[in-house]
Design a protein around this ligand. Sequence first.
Ligand SMILES: Cc1cc2nc3c(=O)[nH]c(=O)nc-3n(C[C@H](O)[C@H](O)[C@H](O)COP(=O)(O)O)c2cc1C
Length: 381
Amino acid sequence: MKFITAGESHGPALTAIVSQVPSGIAIDIDAINSDLARRQGGYGRGGRMKIEKDKARILSGVRFSKSLGTPITLEVVNDDHKNWAGRMDVIGQAPDGLKRETHPRPGHADLVGMLKNDFDDARNVLERSSARETAARVAAGGVAKAFLREMGVEVYSVVTSIGGVCIPDDVPLQKDRAEESECRCPDVETTEKMKQAIDEAKEKGESLGGEVAVIATGLIPGLGSYVSGPDRLTSKLGAAAFSIPAIKGVEFGLGFESARRPGSLVHDGIVYDDANGYGRTGNNAGGLEGGMTTGEPLVMKLAMKPIPTMMKPLDTVDFDTHEPVKASKERSDVCAVPAMGVVAEAEVAMVLANAYQDKFGGDCMVDIKKSIESYLNRIKP
Ligand SMILES: Cc1cc2nc3c(=O)[nH]c(=O)nc-3n(C[C@H](O)[C@H](O)[C@H](O)COP(=O)(O)O)c2cc1C
């Protein structure tokens, strides 16, 4: 499965095309729309999310709720586009007196995007570098999640820190409890502290980042490869995580902590019993060894930097005059860590779906399932 997205933040719509999709996947549009709504939510989101009510429309590749094996096109309309008439028209000429964005925001793509593309208006950059694009990724990821659902695999995420407020180490990373929280954090007390941190940041014109854990359960051992660097599942998952705007760090399992411990306190012991076959005494590896799944849950952590658009804008220079000015203010989130978790689920789901297709064939669900069954019969008692 591969996907590409198209669309500008205030253009008519965002689109995703997912190709190399096997035939016979049950596609649940409600599940895709539920993820789009989850991406829009979370404490600390900006005014834009009040305007949009994201829903995906499937334009190709599905018939009677089953994938056909042809490319699936998903469209998410930007309701805000109508408010941008004359500023984001696709056809025609720029109107006289059009206000250009010439105060590039530190931490965003504005300045370098303008320089590299010979633009004198940062809007030509920010319309695409805006994380509004991630709505299309979530829609595309819904196809991968539907595939994985048929494999008994679930991908979910929980927020573990916002603005330095961290979940205590002994709190289990439970999906249901996270979904009940406005910060998508599975601890009630930490959620309240996170909300307070976001309120304080908002008051000061500040922004906050944080961390998310992405977990995939139900995976079988042996997805991915140890043979070549680019084929390692670790490298594919890392690349997918770093493809999300504002991600500055990725850890698997114990992550950076494993660099500080001796080997005996890092590596998970191997055990065997006649009923279940091979197993592990722990999951410090986060479900990956040698670039392959071990059969334990995949556990990844993603760190997101604070949002660069600030209501108390940072120092920058005017692109025309080079004079010092304050950075431009787009309507913006104070914190989008809970939303980022939903985007990360989509990215991770796409990589995992691909890993199944690489090992078990790519074009027909019935054949893929048979192939998995025969593999499991071989490796399990
Ligand atoms: C879900 C999500 C929502 C975001 N919302 C905003 C936003 O409202 N305003 C903003 O300036 N940046 C927002 N960002 C972050 C920018 O997209 C990101 O900081 C920017 O692309 C530059 O980051 P980079 O240098 O790491 O690519 C958001 C990111 C994500 C993942």
